[in-house]
Design a protein around this ligand. Structure first.
Ligand SMILES: Nc1ncnc2c1ncn2[C@@H]1O[C@H](COP(=O)(O)OP(=O)(O)O)[C@@H](O)[C@H]1O
Ligand SMILES: [Mg+2]
Length: 284
């Protein structure tokens, strides 16, 4: 299987970095070797808590990214992270997925320290939708089914419906057998993103991670993807990172990050009344 050309061979460092993370994620999901380093959680509810997390990237102790980050996402809640570029939002998501471990403090899922939970199992409970969707050369059906075990065609269609992309796929001459990728159909950013959302949903993850999932889209496709994401988040724990303030308004709790820590948190209304950092971000 080859990797979609547009998403990897880009000169843009940031995009390349995001794509690389996606690929590792997918490779990891594929690797079936049973490296059991912890246990699984029975009846997993998807509660997430960061407790005074400190973190710097390996070998970069001078560049402290997180400095005492604490936040809680209760099962089924939607919590938004907002803050300036570089304040540690994406890093927090990577720590939850255990691509790195915290330097100090802890991250808990259902009250268990993530370091005591099997890493591969934990990742199967989560799905990430990021800014740059990675589609592979293959059919739309294969792209949606990717990373899931024993999927039926019905399940693929259900995920596509939830992701608001089923009608579009049906309108294509070869429908779910349409090839995408380097020599396949040319899809818009929004169409690709909705296929990526369908892929995220096929495993029915307890935790949905959205990292600037609509940031690269124009306003028209943003709306369509936003609707898909609202539907996707229903009944799941959702951690959403968004650039545009309008996308986080509906979150149960909004956490404002500055220099690696939460400086304000509350609902949109509460934070607007406070007339602090969030209020200022909204009046930009
Ligand atoms: N893989 C990495 N290695 C070293 N530093 C990194 C890496 N990824 C991000 N950083 C740095 O960590 C800080 C936080 O980055 P990030 O979490 O991506 O911020 P945000 O998502 O809030 O824009 C930035 O200073 C960034 O340059
Ligand atoms: Mg980021």
């Amino acid at each position: 299987m080859t990797v979609g050309q547009s998403s990897v061979f880009t000169s843009d460092y940031r995009k390349a970095k995001i794509s690389a993370a996606n690929i590792f994620r997918l490779l990891d999901r594929r690797s079936r070797e049973a490296e059991v380093t912890g246990s699984e959680i029975r009846d997993f509810q998807g509660n997430v808590a960061f407790a005074a997390v400190h973190f710097h990237y390996p070998g970069r102790p001078e560049a402290r990214v997180l400095r005492g980050l604490s936040l809680e996402v209760k099962s089924g809640q939607k919590v938004a992270l907002v803050g300036a570029s570089g304040c540690g939002k994406s890093t927090s998501v990577q720590l939850l997925e255990r691509f790195y471990d915290v330097t100090r403090g802890a991250i808990h899922v259902d009250g268990r320290d993530v370091t005591s939970v099997d890493r591969h199992w934990l990742r199967r409970q989560m799905a990430l939708v990021s800014q740059e969707p990675t589609l592979f050369s293959g059919t739309i059906r294969e792209n949606i089914a990717y990373g899931a075990r024993d999927v039926t065609f019905d399940a693929i269609v259900r995920s596509a419906q939830m992701a608001n992309v089923h009608d579009f796929v049906q309108s294509l001459p070869s429908q779910y057998e349409t090839r995408v990728g380097a020599r396949g159909a040319q899809l818009s950013g929004g169409q690709k993103q909705r296929i990526a959302i369908a892929r995220a949903l096929i495993r029915d993850p307890r935790i949905l991670l959205l990292d600037e999932a609509t940031s690269a889209l124009d306003t028209a496709s943003e709306e369509c993807v936003q609707m898909a994401l609202e539907e996707a988040a229903k009944g799941r724990t959702c951690l959403v990172i968004a650039h545009r303030m309008s996308t986080v308004r509906s979150a149960d709790v909004i956490c404002v990050l500055e220099r690696g820590a939460v400086v304000e948190s509350g609902s949109h209304e509460q934070l607007m009344q406070r007339k602090g950092v969030y209020f200022r971000l909204n009046s930009l």
